[in-house]
Write a protein that binds this ligand. Structure first.
Ligand code: 5GP
Ligand code: MN
Length: 336
């Protein structure tokens, strides 16, 4: 059931022990929103523990200087999860996205609530605070704190929320970057967020190997479609090894496909230890979450993901390129 901020306030006031969690392989918005929400709970004197399937990525360490995020292990956390009053799910809406934590969360008697900006939530949450037009989950947490208790805008909270605004809008470039988002960013900076800390940690810390990998990725990019509307990059295990990178280090590689004027849909495929993960991006009207859903993934209109798959990557690429071609053809026909 969907809720307004008032209901969320009642839930917070009426309970004591909270689990705060987010999706595996957290990005800036995931980390920003869990830290922001933690400070909101703290401002009400509530007990909140941030528990995550994935450890905090190194490049986001600056946003969690107190190491509030705990890396999930069954021995350390199952007991707490099963006895918590509320589990707060931020920046995802399908429990499969917390991987190893899925079972303990599902079986916990805690009330499960969701604060998120993705489409099509799983039918598992008692309450959902969602806006699929919001730029980021951090935008939602900002609204909640602003309405509920501005004492929660601590230095760390404003820094974390600003991080999520920057990363989920692609540095204020994507189309959800409304005047309101700019006003929030300005407000967060006035409240003490250090914008250069985000610039330095997010955009100026790539290794030389990563930059060289971008070079190889660009030269090996495949282009499909009569009008070169589809771009595909495949970062193989061999490339990762040669450039000393992990799959997470390829975050953001999608943008290079989208800089090409003709490209409407970009597909990134990254090999994992087993199988691979795919990221879809689009410009304009193409709704890539619809394509992702056919392959077991999801996301938003212009950015979606497909979880680990075990078909050979080349086969997957062939299949998805055909699918995208068909989709673009159909949408062209609908436009005419
Ligand atoms: P990315 O490609 O950067 O991993 O994710 C792009 C968007 O798609 C994100 O908003 C993310 O929430 C969503 N997404 C990524 N991977 C998955 C997935 O495995 N399943 C679903 N449902 N959504 C995903
Ligand atoms: Mn997000």
């Amino acid at each position: 059931m969907y809720m307004e901020i008032k209901k969320l306030e009642d839930i917070i006031k009426g309970h004591e022990r909270f689990v705060i969690t987010t999706h595996a392989n957290p990005d800036g918005d995931a980390i920003g929103s869990v830290i922001g929400f933690y400070h909101l709970l703290k401002s009400y004197g509530k007990e909140g523990r941030i528990i995550s399937h994935s450890p905090l990525p190194d490049y986001l360490r600056f946003a969690d200087p107190e190491t509030l995020l705990e890396w999930y292990s069954p021995e350390k956390h199952d007991e707490y999860i099963s006895h918590a009053d509320v589990v707060v799910c931020l920046d995802f809406n399908n429990l499969s996205r917390v991987h190893s934590m899925e079972q303990p969360v599902r079986t916990s008697l805690a009330m499960k609530i969701c604060i998120d900006h993705h489409q099509l939530p799983e039918d598992v949450f008692a309450w959902i605070y969602s806006d699929t037009l919001a730029s980021s989950t951090c935008e939602l947490v900002y609204r909640v704190i602003k309405t509920m208790n501005q004492a929660a805008f601590t230095q760390q909270a404003v820094q974390a929320l600003y991080l999520g605004l920057v990363t989920d809008t692609g540095s204020f470039r994507f189309d959800r970057t409304t005047p309101e988002v700019h006003r929030m960013a300005a407000d967060l900076i006035e409240r003490g967020a250090d914008m250069m800390l985000v610039t330095r940690n997010i955009y100026e810390t790539g290794t030389l190997g990563r930059m060289k990998a971008i070079g190889e990725m660009i030269t090996t990019m495949q282009i499909y479609g009569d009008k070169s509307e589809i771009a595909v990059i495949h970062i193989t295990r061999d490339m990762l090894n040669r450039y000393g990178m992990s799959p997470e280090d390829t975050e953001g590689f999608e943008q290079y496909m989208m800089m090409i004027n003709t490209v409407k849909v970009g597909v990134k495929v990254v090999d994992l230890k087993e199988g691979f993960k795919s990221s879809l991006r689009s410009k304009g009207a193409a709704e890539v979450h619809l394509i992702a859903q056919k392959f077991g993934g999801g996301g938003h209109k212009n950015a979606a993901g497909i979880p680990k798959l075990f078909t050979p990557a080349d086969e997957f690429i062939k299949e998805i390129v055909e699918d995208i071609k068909k989709y673009l053809e159909e949408s062209k026909r609908e436009e005419n």
